[in-house]
Design a protein around this ligand. Structure first.
Ligand SMILES: *Cc1c(COP(=O)(O)O)cnc(C)c1O
Length: 381
């Protein structure tokens, strides 16, 4: 048994959670949860007190994202992964164009390819660590990509494909790890959807979607035609976007949500808005990310994985290590000192660290992390 390495406590970050989801949950959120422990937890989600929390989240998100008139906020159970299936069932009319440049963006395209009532999707692919957007494509009715590819640390632009509106195609953005930490113009999207356990430092299990009037209309049309005689499509109630929206507008969900998740989410949305909103949060994330990229560029054993600087994510930072240093040993030593979840994405299989620098993570803690990594590498043997 080798003794574990001890990083001097004066070097350690205040909080050692750097995961990309679930991500750090702030103490104040946990305190709010404790407070809710005897009033909200264990009570009906169809009664006013819990509905009030849902209303507060929806209003808070509308403010945070400065949503255009007519856009609406829906939520449901199952996380962003469930929303992919909701989109296949309720939003894609016939065929979609997708960009795939990592594990998550690839998964949505794979779902669409398997849906028997949809035509084979058109997939624009880029290598891991790089990025591409879907190009204008005839005969598609949705364009889909991820704002931030969590598996590789790549952030992508969010703007409509030229000509997409004229052809009546929707823009569906998986914003799970980007929403709330990266600037966005919601008017460039028809569905901007995400799970709460990344930027919003809440727990998993829910999806949120900001929907344009065109997206709502599409869901109505798709679901209506699915009920016609001879239609090949099955829209299960659980995957029905119109049912999700009808419930959301009553500040409920189709089926029972985790009330704890709602309480944590509400606390975080309020905190973000109070501190200066998306502008403040995205600056804070950019600052933390810059600390890491600059440190890596100066280091003689580390370098940013994403070569093109414009695609380097400000919320999920990926750093390759020299082959002489095993990233897994660094990750283990950090964990022994309370610094957790710094390993690269499993399926990427690189000698890499991946660090979540969401708004809850203090920029000063990110700086401390760089000292700790240097310390560990120096003392590894
Ligand atoms: C985490 C993540 C998902 C999956 O979220 P779940 O809540 O686990 O379904 C989807 N897309 C992106 C970009 C993610 O980061």
């Amino acid at each position: 048994m080798i003794d574990s390495m001890k990083i001097p406590s004066s070097m350690l970050p205040e909080d050692g959670r750097f995961g990309c989801g679930p991500s750090k949950i702030r103490r104040k959120q946990v305190a709010a949860l404790a407070e809710a422990g005897t009033t909200l937890l264990g009570t009906s989600h169809r009664q006013t007190p819990v509905k009030h929390v849902v209303a507060s989240i929806r209003e808070g998100l509308a403010e945070y994202f400065s949503i255009p008139d007519g856009w609406q906020i829906a939520l449901g159970n199952g996380g962003a992964s469930a929303f992919w299936e909701v989109a296949c069932a309720s939003l894609i009319a016939r065929r979609g164009a997708f960009a795939s440049y990592g594990s998550f963006s690839g998964k949505f395209a794979a779902s669409a390819a398997k849906a028997p009532f949809l035509e084979k999707p058109v997939v624009y692919q880029a290598d891991f660590g790089s990025c591409t957007l879907p190009k204008y494509t005839d005969d598609v009715d949705v364009y889909c990509w991820a704002h931030n590819e969590t598996s590789t640390g790549v952030m992508a632009p969010v703007r409509r494909v030229e000509g997409s509106r004229e052809q009546g195609a929707l823009t569906l953005i998986d914003a799970t790890s980007g929403a709330g930490g990266l600037p966005v113009d919601i008017a460039q999207t028809d569905a901007y959807y995400f799970s709460p356990q990344k930027v919003f430092g809440s727990d998993g299990g829910l999806w949120f979607a900001i929907l344009s009037p065109d997206a709502v209309k599409r869901a109505e049309d798709v679901e209506n035609s699915a009920t016609l005689e001879g239609a090949r499509r099955w829209v299960p109630p659980f995957l029905s976007l119109t049912q999700a929206l009808a419930n959301s507008n009553k500040n409920q969900t189709l089926n029972t949500p985790a009330i704890g998740t709602l309480v944590l989410m509400n606390e975080q949305v309020k905190w973000l808005n109070e501190h200066g909103g998306l502008k403040w949060a995205s600056k804070r994330c950019a600052k933390s990310a810059k600390t890491l990229y600059s440190w890596a560029e100066k280091s003689d054993y580390a370098k940013p994985f994403v070569e093109d600087e414009s695609f380097r994510s400000n919320v999920v930072v990926t750093i390759d290590l020299d082959d002489s240093i095993k990233a897994s040993s660094v990750v283990t030593a950090l964990r022994e000192n309370g610094i957790v979840d710094t390993s690269g994405y499993r399926k990427l299989g690189r000698n890499q660290l991946r660090i979540g620098v969401f708004p809850s993570v203090k920029p000063s803690d990110v700086e401390a992390l760089t000292y700790c990594i240097d310390y560990v590498v120096e003392h590894l043997q």
